[in-house]
Each structure stands twice: as structure tokens, then as C-alpha cells.
Design a protein around this ligand. Structure first.
Ligand code: IDP
Length: 149
């Protein structure tokens, strides 16, 4: 079953949006398989954002993601990688559609509340980077017959 990596960034935690954000994935019908509340080390932040290493905002991005606790999560479900990206909305909250997390709660690209893997391969890399195998819980929600025929 497809899995994606999501992280509520320090601004989402500080603004008290943890339950609101988690709720959007839970009520959509995806399955939570991993969750931890943690501080992010500089090493982890740099590895996570490695593709952006040459970008001008790399330094401030690493500073920001290490500035306070985050909620790191793995969610499972059919099409969860692309669906979660739609639920999250465009990178810049000012252009993100209303109804998306960034569109509803954000105004600045450097404070866009949540990270979501952008593709299946990225999701696999990020899950392995943030979680040990034993931190992930495989379980069968009783809700399944009410979500899928
Ligand atoms: P994504 O989070 O929507 O996948 P990416 O392009 O992968 O967006 O960028 C990673 C993160 O880097 C963004 O979520 C945002 O926090 C930050 N970022 C991207 N572009 C800019 C920028 O132009 N200025 C400042 N921060 C940026």
C-alpha cells in the first residue's frame, strides 16, 4: 500500500494547528502508520532538504525547520502521495487554493506549515530518513469497508 511522509513544520505546531492538520488526513480516510513529535537536528534537516542545497533559501529553510518541534508522520492509502499534496496546496500559501491547508492558514512561502513528499520515490526516501522500520505500525482500520467497496 502506498505511503507518504508528512511533517507539520514549527509554524504549524506553534500556531496550534496540529489537530486541525492531522484531522484533514484522518477524515479524508487515510491511515496513520507513524507519528512522532520531535526536534529536528541540523544533519537531518540538511539531508531532508538536500535537493535545495544550492538554492538561496536553503540556509533559512534549515534554520526554520530546526527552530522548534515538528510532527513527523507517515500516512498510508491509495494515491496518498498525490492526494496529500492536493490537501496541502501550492508551495506559496498566497496562491494556494482555499480549502487546502496552506490556502486556509498561511500567507508566506517560508511559513507554509507542512511538508509533504512530492512523489512516490521521494516518499520512500523521506520515510527511511525520518523513521526506523519498528516505528511504523501496520494495522487494519475497521473503517476500511466503509471507505472502499
Ligand atoms: P514543497 O514544500 O511545496 O514541496 P519545495 O519547492 O520542495 O516545496 O520547497 C521546499 C520548501 O522550501 C517549501 O515548502 C518552502 O518552505 C521553502 N521554499 C521554497 N521556495 C522558497 C522560496 O522561494 N523562498 C523561501 N522559501 C522557499
Amino acid at each position: 500500500m502506498e505511503r507518504t511522509f508528512l511533517a507539520i513544520k514549527p509554524d504549524g505546531v506553534q500556531r496550534g494547528l496540529v489537530s486541525e492538520i492531522i484531522g484533514r488526513f484522518e477524515t479524508k480516510g487515510f491511515t496513520l502508520v507513524g507519528l512522532k513529535f520531535m526536534n529536528v537536528s541540523r544533519e537531518l534537516a540538511e539531508q531532508h532538504y538536500d535537493v535545495h542545497r544550492e538554492r538561496p533559501f536553503f540556509g533559512s529553510l534549515v534554520e526554520f525547520i530546526t527552530s522548534g518541534p515538528v510532527v513527523a508522520m507517515v500516512w498510508e492509502g491509495e494515491g496518498v502521495v498525490s492526494s496529500a499534496r492536493k490537501i496541502i496546496g501550492a508551495t506559496n500559501p498566497l496562491t494556494a487554493e482555499p480549502g487546502t491547508i496552506r490556502g486556509d492558514f498561511g500567507v508566506n512561502i517560508g511559513r507554509n506549515l507542512i511538508h509533504g513528499s512530492d512523489a512516490l520515490e521521494t516518499a520512500q526516501r523521506e520515510i527511511a530518513l525520518w523513521f526506523k522500520d519498528e516505528e511504523l505500525v501496520s494495522w487494519q482500520p475497521h473503517l476500511t469497508p466503509w471507505l472502499k467497496e
